[in-house]
Design a protein around this ligand. Sequence first.
Ligand SMILES: Nc1ncnc2c1ncn2[C@@H]1O[C@H](COP(=O)(O)OP(=O)(O)OP(=O)(O)O)[C@@H](O)[C@H]1O
Length: 362
Amino acid sequence: MAGLKLRDLKKSYGSVEVIHGVDLDIQQGEFIVFVGPSGCGKSTLLRMIAGLEDITAGTLEIDGMVVNDVPPSKRGIAMVFQSYALYPHMTVYDNMAFGMRIARESKEEIDRRVRAAADILQLGEYLDRLPKALSGGQRQRVAIGRAICRDPKVFLFDEPLSNLDAALRVATRIEIAKLNESMPDTTMIYVTHDQVEAMTLADRIVVLSRGYIEQVGPPMDLYQRPENLFVAQFIGSPAMNIIPGTIEKTGANSVMSFAGGKSVGTGIPVPDSDKGKQASFGIRPEDLVVTTGDDFLFEGTVSIVEALGEVTLLYINDLTEDEPILAKLPGHHEIKRGDKLRFKADQSKLHLFDGNGKTYRR
Ligand SMILES: Nc1ncnc2c1ncn2[C@@H]1O[C@H](COP(=O)(O)OP(=O)(O)OP(=O)(O)O)[C@@H](O)[C@H]1O
């Protein structure tokens, strides 16, 4: 079982701690994605798993064995970097065969594995080419092929698509999804900035911020049930509308009031002890629906309309004095600046966070 166990894992550079005690269990065959803002420690954590960074404290188990002091080459892992890191003077075949030649595998075994990897990644016709005669996407596929040839228990990817242009990124992302399906027992850990990669590839996403784990879960759990304000705003694009206010009414059907005097019923239970406290109301732009009925959540004036064809983005003023609320309606709508509209939303789509940013939803 090539599962991983991270226990109170810490990393310091000199006196500065950048990973503050991470606990995480990863099952064999899982596709785990690390996301988080720049500098949150995604790459550091991945490099600690790879053995490219020392572990300052805590334990890392791979396959039931503590590997803190095991060198990278003995951990049964293969890593794919953003920069491909191919040998420029070697053909695609030799680049993929290199690691196995060092490990003194037989010629036949090397040939079998290179051709199998080339097959999976559709690289068969490029085996005799040098990397400079390949596109960026093809080079990245060679780097992935080289990793496959090592037959790793754990595959690590550090932003593998970020050097590719938009179209190639989509194509290579789909290759990685297929690769994951064709290797169901291989555990994959993937670092990215890209929401779409995280949402589409992950079995579970790990959201990191400032060296801490904020939440771990399947993509839709994080999207629908963010445990805190950070995850609520980080997952989903455009980001969730967050409107600060105070708890006006507690109990099973709490009511929030906002600067300017407006208020909304949230239907989310809030303990009586939180009456009058600061809180944040959240609603995703895509969860707002225009209504003409009286069952509306709020009414507001459209300040900006962005018609993109597939969606219409509306910036609505009135509910708060500062930030407008963004609504994202599917398709095209004849709505103009200055129109006064009512919006409703399914109660299950509303979010409410306490003064510490923790959700009130349980
Ligand atoms: N060699 C180093 N010496 C000192 N500090 C470092 C070193 N490497 C990383 N750090 C710090 O550790 C923190 C985490 O860095 P890391 O590269 O893991 O972040 P990241 O989430 O991968 O960011 P990005 O998305 O920008 O690549 C940052 O604050 C960074 O400045």
